[in-house]
Ligand binder design. Sequence first.
Ligand code: NI
Length: 180
Amino acid sequence: MIYPITLYGDSVLRRRADEIVEGEIDLKGLSNDMFETMHSAEGIGLAAPQIGISKRIFVVDGSMLEDEDMKKFKQVFINPVIEDESGEVWSFEEGCLSIPNVRGDVGRRSVIKITYYDESWQKKTEEFGGMRARVIQHEFDHIEGKLFVDYLSPIKKKLLKNKLSEIMKGKVETHYKVKK
Ligand code: NI
């Protein structure tokens, strides 16, 4: 099932999402719906608040990217905890399905260590680097109620102010279904 994607300004994107209790929801069903929704919007990451569900789960799939490492990166992260962030801070221009047509440079650390449950409720601790780490950090922020625009410089924020308020009013063009 394809969900409409929540837009900047929707309060669900600003809430700290709730932990998932084992057996509480059909995780395979939900993660399949999230993958389907994300693919239809041509995204590489999607967190549950972006479909209006305030739960600690996100999915990533880099298979549509050129990058060899990202191509093989398809995973479900449930109740994730970022144990450690290390490495250099590097900057990259990010975007977000909930903030259409807006991009901006965000600095993030290059290596993370994360503990999470997968869709079969297997607990895992893994390290990720580079773009994989970045996508996880961006999605993790979503379940904390944080958005990439929060990191932008005051000048950049000022420049985007009108664009963001238009999105809040639902005045935005997208090639995917959004919740207005
Ligand atoms: Ni996003």
